[in-house]
Ligand binder design. Structure first.
Ligand code: F0G
Length: 475
């Protein structure tokens, strides 16, 4: 579905270039080239723009005019209707499957659980994307760039959602073949089933996500396959739009907090870039604060930032504590382990960009246990908007920050629900089950001891009287 736009107001697109994030290097490369790191120093790359030549709206509310252009597939997309803020591609080259039709829900039932005043907690429900997770925001941008570059194959390593998204874009557009790398037994069935169903070439590595990530980089380089993991800076351009849609839903008012689960740290990095750019362009007057939430079984960011004091430091990141911690993990054979399989990652590839986002958004990092994640997930589900375990880390993290007094009850808080409830039914059913064996096998081994918010099925004999009695008793 390569969509051709018919708008007359297409933004200028020769403004984009790639730039090394390391300020002492700062090498630049043209946008029409394929890179996932700086040739000179090996650091991550940003997409940057010559904004002074860009034709931009004077106010963010001008984007509302795009709603009238919904018959144009580009403006229908919740990503590309903000094309002016990611102008690296001409409109007629944009790839879209209608991603980004997502909702910001205000919820007092979850707000009560977190400890917020009424009207203050919002959930950004990214599970409504075509492949069921926020990844589609970034994947449409990466696949657009891949198509511009004439790629015939695109690859990623994944804990499941990136691969589902890539597989969907490849099968829906027929532009290129998806090659996905997954760790053994580390991916939920909901996500694996998508990759298989959408026809991706699925390579199961005898290892975990971090192993798959190393391999996919090597293989992509060797075979000239286009890499779409979030080391790809174009991915993050698409993910910026999650923040634009939140502002749009809040009538262009900046919230106090954005709370997001942290895995490979692409989202948090993209959010920081989105707000930095809006501020620099004079389109917002203040920054929200950022909270990145790790699962305690995959807490590298928390360890480095909150325990070892690693900071962005104007781009001069002290790499010693990072190297020391990586060595320690190797020596002790420490492997990430959490029910939130989407964020079961030891070595987040966007670490430095996330440090930058924490710096610009006055951010904090917290870790939450699998128990806290599943309890929060049950509350989100009971509030009517289910999510997968990793997503609920944001709500559990907000609750923790409320308890600590870092978030005030009167703050306006947005938690990002990154993936759909049905991505991982195994974890959900294990939480609500009456079968102790199922509970112990799936959750007990991860330190989850109780399911305080479980909604248990009731077992009744197949007799009308018994069924009626049970319903009268429990309803
Ligand atoms: N939530 C969900 C549902 C995810 O799938 C991921 C990442 C994250 C949160 C973390 O986001 O990496 O930007 O910090 N999933 C990747 C994948 C790693 O392969 O699908 P991040």
């Amino acid at each position: 579905m390569l969509q051709t736009a018919n708008s007359t107001s297409a933004p200028q697109t020769d403004l984009a270039f790639q730039r090394c994030i390391n300020p002492t290097c700062g090498a630049t490369y043209e946008a029409n080239s394929v890179r996932t790191s700086c040739d000179k120093c090996g650091d991550l790359l940003d997409i940057d723009y010559e904004w002074d030549r860009a034709v931009l709206p004077k106010k963010l509310s001008e984007f509302e005019a795009m709603w009238n252009q919904r018959t144009n597939p580009v403006r229908f997309s919740g990503v590309w209707r903000f094309h002016e803020l990611l102008p690296f591609v001409p409109q007629d080259k944009i790839v879209t499957v209608g991603e980004g039709q997502t909702l910001l829900q205000q919820t007092d039932s979850v707000g009560d659980y977190v400890g917020m005043n009424h009207g203050k907690l919002h959930l950004q429900y990214e599970g409504m994307n075509p492949s069921g997770s926020f990844k589609d925001n970034g994947m449409c941008a990466a696949v657009t760039h891949a198509a511009m570059m004439g790629a015939k194959r695109a690859a990623c390593a994944s804990t499941g959602n990136t691969s589902a998204s890539l597989a969907l874009y490849c099968s829906a557009t027929r532009l290129m073949r998806a090659v996905i790398f997954i760790g053994s037994g580390k991916i939920s069935y909901g996500k694996l089933s998508q990759a298989l169903d959408y026809g991706a070439l699925t390579v199961q590595i005898a290892g975990d996500f971090d192993d798959a990530m190393i391999r996919v980089k090597q293989v992509s380089q060797e075979l000239g396959i286009y890499l779409v993991n979030s080391v790809n800076p174009f991915r993050l351009e698409g993910q910026k739009t999650i923040m634009f849609r939140i502002l749009e839903a809040l009538r262009w008012e900046v919230p106090d907090w954005i709370v997001v689960p942290g895995g490979n740290l692409g989202n948090s990095s993209a959010f920081g870039k989105a707000f930095s750019e809006l501020k620099a362009l004079g389109l917002i007057d203040r920054m929200p604060r950022l909270a990145v939430i790790n699962a305690s079984g995959a807490d590298t960011l928390y360890e480095l930032v909150e325990r070892r004091g690693v900071r962005w430091n104007g781009g001069h990141v002290n790499m010693d504590p990072i190297r020391e911690y990586n060595d320690l993990m190797d020596r002790e054979g420490k492997k990430a382990d959490t029910i939130a399989s989407a964020i079961e990652i030891n070595r987040p590839v966007n670490l430095k960009k996330c440090l930058r986002a924490l710096d610009t958004m006055d951010g904090v990092v917290r870790q939450v246990s699998d128990q806290e994640i599943l309890d929060a997930k049950a509350k989100v589900g009971a509030g009517g908007f289910g999510c997968e375990p990793a997503s609920a880390a944001s709500v559990a993290g907000a609750k923790l920050l409320r308890r600590e007094g870092v978030i005030a009850p009167s703050d306006r808080v947005v938690c990002i629900l990154t993936g759909h409830e049905l991505k991982d039914p195994t974890a959900t059913v294990a939480y609500h089950t009456t079968d102790q064996e199922v509970f112990n096998k799936t959750l007990g081994s991860r330190g989850v001891t109780k399911a305080s918010h479980a909604n248990r099925a009731i077992a009744v004999p197949n007799e009308l009287d018994d069924i009626i009695k049970a319903i009268q008793l429990y309803s």
